[in-house]
Design a protein around this ligand. Structure first.
Ligand SMILES: [Zn+2]
Length: 287
């Protein structure tokens, strides 16, 4: 099985149909790719133009369950990066079974980044799965100029120092002045690049060689940039949280939504690390 490390979705058609099973899957996927038929309420609203930017979707506090929403709103902006493809063997009743696991990053180099994992017998399918998963896991990264040595006000680094971890893997990301570049390990550097961070200092601790752990730690650090910035707002509106759910439903139909949904969103993303981990696990189960 020839495996192209840069094999993207586009190249998946070159191989043509192989087994009956795979052919069936592909035929089912084709129309969805050419012409998106949304299956979630949010998807329908995005297609109808109710949300014109990804920012407004995030503000609505809704969870993105369809990768096509990201495709639709970030058309032509996304970069996909295959970070790791590993193979694992499993003993089954009929012998050994190979499973490929792919870890893929997607980002628009301007404030959005996500990681996904996919498992499949073929690495190409694993990568495709991972890309879809990564799109669903995209987070918003609040860029800024948090460096007192710089103070340019441009969104080239993080707004303040943040910490993130995944298990025993920890990372601290610090704002850096313009021109410093990204001072980080290979893996977290890639995450920061795809998120649109141009300058940052970082320090990592723990199992930094584990690619997935390192990515999840970095993303959780970047995500905490999101949460705490709104922390004060969320606190004051915590009491209205119960009512907020109904409010957001109505809000999506065009009513005022920013403050209520902000509270909802920060409540929803309370534990970014765990959330990411859980998503990764789901991906594993699905494959
Ligand atoms: Zn600056």
């Amino acid at each position: 099985m020839a495996f192209d490390r840069r094999g993207r979705r586009g190249s998946s058609r070159e191989g043509g149909e192989r087994g009956g099973d795979r052919g069936f899957r592909r035929r089912r996927e084709e129309p969805a790719r050419a012409e998106w038929i949304p299956r979630t309420e949010l998807g329908k609203k995005v297609l109808a133009g109710e949300y014109s930017t990804l920012e407004s979707v995030f503000n609505s506090g809704r969870k993105i369950l369809e990768p096509q929403i990201i495709d639709f709103l970030l058309k032509g902006q996304l970069t996909e990066e295959v970070m790791e493809v590993t193979s694992t063997q499993r003993m089954t009743a009929c012998g050994r079974k190979m499973v490929m696991r792919a870890v893929v990053l997607v980002g628009n180099r301007s404030g959005y980044v996500g990681v996904g994992m996919g498992k499949a017998p073929e690495s190409r399918d694993a990568i495709n799965e991972a890309v879809l998963d990564a799109k669903k896991n995209i987070i918003r990264v609040r860029l800024g100029c948090g460096s007192w040595e710089c103070g340019c006000g441009q969104p080239h680094t993080v707004g303040r120092e943040v910490h993130g971890n995944n298990g025993s893997t920890h990372i601290w990301i610090k704002p850096a002045p313009r021109g410093v570049g990204i001072v980080a390990g290979e893996t977290s550097k890639k995450v920061l690049e795809l998120a649109g961070v141009h300058d940052a200092w970082s320090f990592a601790k723990g199992r930094t060689r584990n690619v997935l752990n390192m990515i999840l730690a970095t993303i959780s650090a970047l995500d905490s940039l999101n949460n705490l910035k709104k922390g004060t707002d969320a606190q004051s509106e915590e009491e209205t949280d119960a009512g907020a759910e109904g409010g957001a439903e109505g809000g999506a139909a065009g009513a005022p939504q920013s403050s209520v949904s902000d509270a909802l969103q920060s409540a929803a993303s309370g534990k970014p690390g765990e959330e990411n981990g859980a998503n990764g696990a789901n991906g594993a189960d699905a494959a």
